[in-house]
Design a protein around this ligand. Sequence first.
Ligand SMILES: *[C@@H]1O[C@H](CO)[C@@H](O)[C@H](O)[C@H]1NC(C)=O
Ligand SMILES: *[C@@H]1O[C@H](CO)[C@@H](O)[C@H](O)[C@H]1NC(C)=O
Ligand SMILES: *[C@@H]1O[C@H](CO)[C@@H](O)[C@H](O)[C@H]1NC(C)=O
Ligand SMILES: *[C@@H]1O[C@H](CO)[C@@H](O)[C@H](O)[C@H]1NC(C)=O
Length: 475
Amino acid sequence: MLRISSCVIALLLSSTVFAAPAVTPVASGSAAVASAASSAAPAASSHASSASSTAKSKSSVASSPSTFPAASATVAPISLELNEVLWNSSDSGPDPQPERGSLGASILGPTDVFIAKENADALAPPTTDHGTVGGAKWPFSLSHNRLQTGGWARQENTDVMPFATQMAGVNMRLTAGSIRELHWHSTAEWAYVLKGSTQITAVDSSGRNFIATVGAGDLWYFPPGIPHSLQATDDDPDGSEFLLVFDSGAFSEDDTFLLTDWLAHVPVDILTKNFQTDPSAFAHIPSTELYIFPSTPPADGNSSLPVSPAGLIPNPFAFPLSQMEATQLNGGSVKIVDSRSFTAATAISAAEVTVEPGAIRELHWHPTQDEWSFFIEGEARVTIFAAQSNSRTFNYVPGDIGYVPAGMGHYVENTGNTTLTFLEIFNSAIFEDISLSTWLALTPPELVKAHLGFDNETLSHLFKSPPTVIGPASA
Ligand SMILES: *[C@@H]1O[C@H](CO)[C@@H](O)[C@H](O)[C@H]1NC(C)=O
Ligand SMILES: *[C@@H]1O[C@H](CO)[C@@H](O)[C@H](O)[C@H]1NC(C)=O
Ligand SMILES: *[C@@H]1O[C@H](CO)[C@@H](O)[C@H](O)[C@H]1NC(C)=O
Ligand SMILES: *[C@@H]1O[C@H](CO)[C@@H](O)[C@H](O)[C@H]1NC(C)=O
């Protein structure tokens, strides 16, 4: 026994001894690459030497060898593997498998094929994905649905999607005439009507009032704390369905201030004083909240709105986005709506984007705003780059929510064969993005070449103004 273990120790020692010198050839190899690079490209040598002196000063500060890779001139180039999406939700071929090229192997145990079909880049991720990025997808189909007489509501917030810290969403359906009861909340509310039309009313702190009927593709917005109502009209026999977005990730639709809930929790003595009448006037106040309930469809137009001595709310809480002309782009279109056009909407801005098959919403980021996105039509793929080599790809189908924190680079690719339509929504007054292509186009080309090794032909493809959506590559 003793003999064997000393043998093992000897082996271990010898392997350590033999492994150690291997470090030296690697180091001298990269030095050789660096000197070859600087002699081949004299223009780049000043960058290379300043980079290596920076690296030296860093490593002299560090007490243990740095885990950061060497300066760019000595780093191997990226792989040219295309890493395309491998299937889409409607592919009728064999069940998808976690295999990409020579990586992975088929599934032998149980699996949810339906979810696998919709999430190709979860099961067979591109090899460019790396590290940890939070869950940036939530399908409303997985939300608990609150069913009421007259409609339903389902929500997404940090309880189900912890990654989405700055905004939350609700999908709500009201049958014709049904009411989402009079209420308020301390967050702003931004809405996009998906079908039918909804009549909205509000009163502000100056005693001014507002009424409007908001149709499919149009918006409404209520500032924080403003009391309001929503009622589906019978313009569409099915009533109305809409998307609501709130500027707090922790918002809960079950936690709003409801008219009936309040009055059921105030002493009747106080009600008699407040409304200057006797207790019998309150005999019909519901003892529990109504939330969503059926009623008679509202009258057309604004005839039912009482005239306020303070007048109407001057900046309308509704915006006819469906009538706004989209900016046509190579590969799609965009409508941007923020407080420059929808002046009341000071806490939430948005873009409605279309992307044709094979085109992409270009590589970009939003300087200070998180993005809460909602997929309306088509299929999409998004890779979020979260710095420190962390990158993760997600797939989206209609009814899915996406999320990209401020600053994180991303794109949106149409991976289907129909038009992709989605909303980008931000907790800001002004829509802003930074186009990667435009950043590089407006930076001294020698700097860009020094980083990416682009030739003049490739540099000539950069866009000096943001293309936003870019059609399929002509190559
Ligand atoms: C009703 O709408 C008409 C036409 O848009 C407008 O002139 C009028 O001021 C509105 N009245 C109220 C009470 O909103
Ligand atoms: C799904 O992918 C296949 C193969 O890539 C493509 O031919 C088909 O058109 C796609 N279907 C949809 C609905 O996007
Ligand atoms: C899109 O893809 C679906 C499913 O793969 C197919 O049935 C359909 O014909 C395709 N449409 C077009 C326009 O290519
Ligand atoms: C690339 O463009 C620069 C600036 O116009 C020029 O000086 C250089 O010669 C070009 N390089 C090649 C390989 O054409």
